[in-house]
Design a protein around this ligand. Structure first.
Ligand SMILES: *[C@@H]1O[C@H](CO)[C@@H](O)[C@H](O)[C@H]1NC(C)=O
Ligand SMILES: *[C@@H]1O[C@H](CO)[C@@H](O)[C@H](O)[C@H]1NC(C)=O
Ligand SMILES: *[C@@H]1O[C@H](CO)[C@@H](O)[C@H](O)[C@H]1NC(C)=O
Ligand SMILES: *[C@@H]1O[C@H](CO)[C@@H](O)[C@H](O)[C@H]1NC(C)=O
Ligand SMILES: *[C@@H]1O[C@H](CO)[C@@H](O)[C@H](O)[C@H]1NC(C)=O
Ligand SMILES: *[C@@H]1O[C@H](CO)[C@@H](O)[C@H](O)[C@H]1NC(C)=O
Ligand SMILES: *[C@@H]1O[C@H](CO)[C@@H](O)[C@H](O)[C@H]1NC(C)=O
Length: 611
């Protein structure tokens, strides 16, 4: 009886608190929970401004804070009449908005000298990595919306702590990018900034019930590959700071239920039902930050039925949720055709991706271990045991399902699974290697005779081109296809090779891992050097360059000297995950030697016995 009264009182108190919370947020911070702004999410104003193409990039407008209260902005827009011309829209925007990114305030970080710098043997790489170490200060920001007038808005989501952005058009932090940024910050000894970033993520999941794609209101309709548990793991491994667990565990519970609720698919094979996850976003309108692109994809071309339009909007938004926007992994057409935009064949929601399931298995496995070891501090023994059992069972079930549906024994590889055809998509992609990075390996994939072949396709790809690994073997205009390779994927493949060596108990793949590390570092270094990068007293700036060296987001695998291209926006520089992955590589492989970027250095794939 007494316990009942206690729970009743506790319940009433939480209700009162919830009420107080909602009132205080309503008063002090503009704090949305869904994308519902008449300026930044959907509606006639957004449509008119975006379709007028006032800016080269659709994302510019939705990153502009207002300089007048929302109701004044809406009134002024209405007074323009039904079909305002470009010039009046231009002056409307000038009169009511400040430049994109006005809320970003540089965050001062003090970088200590890099403690492992002397261990980098090559003097050019040493000078370069030292610059990258100090470059975090150019990418670290806080949001400051306190200067906005009363009633004015910005598309930023309220963030309490500083963060690192990717750079370029990406003026806010992103979900999966940040894992590789955090890896780099930890290598730079910026542990507290890494923790700030993780705590921002924990706040977001706590507030929204899931981690949005990035820190803007228009990213509230979707997530991105779930790396939060991996971030916590990385930070904990480096710092042994147990206090993170207390905060993270309940929040990771929340994130886990989001993925389970929103993205689970049941797949029948014979008499058995399996559950795996896909990316899955429901949308009936263009992504605000890619408004023109989506609008044209859907409306320019043969007329689609309303259902087809909504499916396409959903598949476009889901494609962005995968982090691979866009790729032939998600399109029915595998090459560009002259008369149809390949994006019109998007089929994202019908694909079960390897990496999403590997990441969720890893989340389940971390939560099993973490509840076992640290759960005692945050919950009762009984509840803790229940959580441990639950997550262990979920991980086991997922591994069974991955074994049955995603693993291909004759190809010694995982593959994405198409739930329409009930078959695997058997093209090579580095995404297939996530389970080797995270350890999501069913018994037959762990067998030494299998492990001797799991990088056969990877070796073939590395033999075919001088650069890093492309995202797929399909050549299209989309940026997550051949010939583009991306730093985060090289990180995952290099780690996979080192992990498989650990399972085999010998250095079978270490030489191959080193070649990929060499190529990844060289691609970033040479494209930086060829865009004007220099090191005082060590590497002279090319006389035919005007810039000061760019770190690119992606690279062309057909050479060691070119950035990538293609896709929906121009190639971005900055760049968070490239810097993070480079710091990680030069820390781990500190005997790499910088190439002469004007001749053609080649990093050859080592021969390997085939037993
Ligand atoms: C950042 O540090 C510099 C140099 O120490 C100082 O001049 C500047 O005011 C600081 N900026 C902020 C926003 O604190
Ligand atoms: C998750 O699913 C719920 C219920 O269908 C939906 O309301 C919500 O918008 C979804 N969230 C995301 C981020 O997709
Ligand atoms: C975002 O989700 C909300 C709520 O589910 C929905 O009303 C809105 O149309 C969605 N917006 C976009 C741009 O997808
Ligand atoms: C519409 O599609 C055609 C054919 O693909 C293309 O030439 C044209 O530029 C597109 N229009 C817009 C506004 O994107
Ligand atoms: C999935 O399978 C269906 C049915 O065979 C096919 O039409 C579709 O193109 C496939 N999707 C992808 C992305 O390959
Ligand atoms: C494995 O790959 C082969 C060759 O692409 C394919 O024919 C076979 O159906 C795949 N196996 C499974 C279990 O999907
Ligand atoms: C600048 O000179 C270097 C070395 O001669 C050459 O490789 C590079 O292509 C040149 N770049 C431009 C933009 O002309």
């Amino acid at each position: 009886m007494l316990t009942l009264v206690f729970f009743l009182v506790a319940y009433l108190l939480t209700q009162v608190n919830a009420l107080l919370d909602s009132q205080s947020t309503a008063d002090d911070l503009y704090s949305p929970t869904t994308c519902n702004s008449p300026i930044y999410c959907e509606g006639p104003l957004l449509k008119a401004v975006q379709l007028a193409q006032l800016f080269a990039d659709s994302k510019t407008f939705v990153d502009m804070p207002t300089t007048k209260p929302v109701n004044k902005v809406l009134e002024a827009f209405q007074s323009l009449g039904n079909d305002p011309d470009k010039k009046s829209l231009q002056s409307f925007v000038e009169d009511h908005f400040s430049p994109a990114g006005s809320e970003m305030k540089p965050y001062n970080i003090t970088t200590e000298p890099l403690v492992w710098l002397d261990k980098v043997g090559d003097t050019k790489y040493r000078g370069w990595v030292n610059q990258l170490h100090h470059a975090w200060s150019k990418l670290a920001f806080k949001f400051d919306t306190s200067y906005l007038c009363k009633g004015c808005v910005s598309s930023t989501l309220p963030v309490r702590r500083p963060f690192v952005v990717p750079g370029g058009r990406f003026r806010e932090f992103y979900y999966w990018d940040s894992y590789f940024v955090i890896e780099g910050l930890l290598k730079s000894g910026l542990n507290s900034l890494a923790l700030d970033m993780i705590e921002n993520f924990l706040d977001f999941v706590d507030t929204f019930g899931f981690m949005p794609n990035g820190a803007r209101i228009y990213y509230l309709n979707r997530s991105q590959p779930p790396f939060l548990a991996e971030m916590v793991n990385l930070y904990y491994q480096k710092t042994q700071d147990i206090s993170i667990m207390k905060k993270a565990l309940p929040v990771l519970d929340k994130e886990y239920s989001f993925w389970l609720k929103n993205t689970t698919v049941v797949i029948r094979k014979g008499d058995i039902k399996y559950k795996l996850n896909r990316f899955n976003v429901e949308s009936h309108s263009p992504r605000p930050e890619s408004y023109n692109e989506d609008f044209n994809t859907v409306y320019n071309g043969t007329t689609l039925t309303t259902k087809q339009q909504n499916d396409l909007f959903s598949n476009l938004a889901t494609g962005a949720e995968t982090g691979w926007d866009y790729s032939s992994r998600w399109t029915k057409a595998k090459t560009d055709t002259p008369d149809t935009d390949i994006l019109r064949t998007l089929d994202t929601r019908n694909i079960i991706p390897v990496e999403l399931n590997a990441l969720l298995w890893s989340m389940e496995t971390h939560l099993t271990t973490w509840y076992e070891i640290y759960g005692g501090d945050i919950t009762t023994d009984k509840l803790r045991r229940r959580k441990v059992q639950y997550y262990r069972k979920q991980a086991t079930k997922r591994l069974n399902a991955m074994d049955a549906l995603l693993w291909n024994q004759s190809q010694t590889s995982f593959f994405d699974y198409n739930i329409t055809s009930n078959t695997q998509s058997t093209e090579f992609s580095p995404a297939s290697l996530y389970p080797f990075w995270l350890g999501a390996l069913p018994p037959r994939a762990r067998d030494p005779s299998t492990l001797h072949h799991v990088f056969d396709s990877t070796r073939r790809q590395l033999k075919s081109y001088p650069g890093i690994l492309a995202s797929t073997t399909q050549s299209t205009s989309m940026q997550w296809d051949f010939p583009n390779g991306w730093p985060p994927l090289q990180y995952i493949v290099i780690n996979s090779m080192l992990n498989v060596d650990a399972l085999l108990g010998k250095s079978r793949y270490a030489p191959l891992a080193k070649v990929l590390a060499q190529r990844t570092a060289a691609s970033a270094y040479c494209s930086w050097f060829l865009t004007g990068g220099s090191i005082p007293g060590n590497l002279e700036k090319l006389s035919n360059t005007t810039d000061n060296g760019h770190m690119f987001e992606k690279f062309d695998v057909r050479s060691l000297t070119a950035s990538g291209s293609g896709g929906e926006y121009t190639v971005q520089i900055g760049f968070g995950w490239t810097n993070g992955v480079t710091l990680w590589i030069l820390n781990k492989f500190n005997d790499l030697v910088a190439p002469d970027c004007t001749s053609s250095d080649i990093y050859r794939v080592p021969e390997m016995d085939q037993d």
